[in-house]
Design a protein around this ligand. Sequence first.
Ligand SMILES: Nc1ncnc2c1ncn2[C@@H]1O[C@H](COP(=O)(O)OP(=O)(O)O)[C@@H](O)[C@H]1O
Ligand SMILES: [Mg+2]
Length: 259
Amino acid sequence: MIRGILSGKGGVGKTTITTNLGLAMHKLGEDVVVLDGDIKNPNLGLQLGLFNYNKTLQEVIERQISLLEALYIHETGLRFIPAHISLKFLETDSSRLKGFLKDIPYNLLIDSPPGLNKESLSILESCDEVLVVSEPFLPDVTDCIKTIEMAREFGVKVGGIILNKIRNKDYELGKEEIEGTTNTKVISTIPFDENVLRSLSLKNPVVNYKTLSESTVSIFQLASLLSGKEYKVPRFLEFRRLFQIQDFQNKFLRLFYPI
Ligand SMILES: Nc1ncnc2c1ncn2[C@@H]1O[C@H](COP(=O)(O)OP(=O)(O)O)[C@@H](O)[C@H]1O
Ligand SMILES: [Mg+2]
């Protein structure tokens, strides 16, 4: 199964989700490879703390090497295919992508550039399914509708929307509202979580760095949904969610230390 992770806008969390979802699926026992399809601005490798590669996706596209020669295994066990950050590959033509991706004997997750440019369209037409990432705001959702419509035009299945960086504020769009507007199911909601930003600075994916954080749990739930492999939310986290202890503590403290 080839899945593309796309979005209408940049900065919504595609690369973060591709890396962490891939690692979560791997940890659940799924054979998965993540591929950096954002060949103009690749940063999947950077999130994994790796910068220098002998072989990358660009050499594969230019038919200098086979795909397996550009496959690396991260210290976490995650298999990945990086793209080169060098300017010399700026002209690489990604429309050839489709031809060789079908040869990969694993489930593929492809990180993509934002919007509907040439590169993201060639990823779109190479996929069996797309997952569209959005933040819970109107402009993001409007742009995400274009990606969904384009996928349907290409005859590619839309697996659903992943809502990322949710802060549970009253100015955010709700899940049902987004499903109604886009006519598409929201299959995952991932909270805004500072652990993601810390994990980025440590170059260690959050599902590896903070195994009990809220973002990790949401990503594992999505990995379980996609792979059909079981994942149990740790019991005390269910309790934490129920009583929103952090929120309660803040309110309690304000009683004594009003600001
Ligand atoms: N759930 C989250 N909580 C907090 N920060 C996040 C979350 N998801 C992504 N980010 C941060 O948002 C920024 C953009 O993420 P990135 O994955 O590079 O987006 P994209 O690939 O869509 O451009 C990064 O700094 C990343 O660490
Ligand atoms: Mg990205």
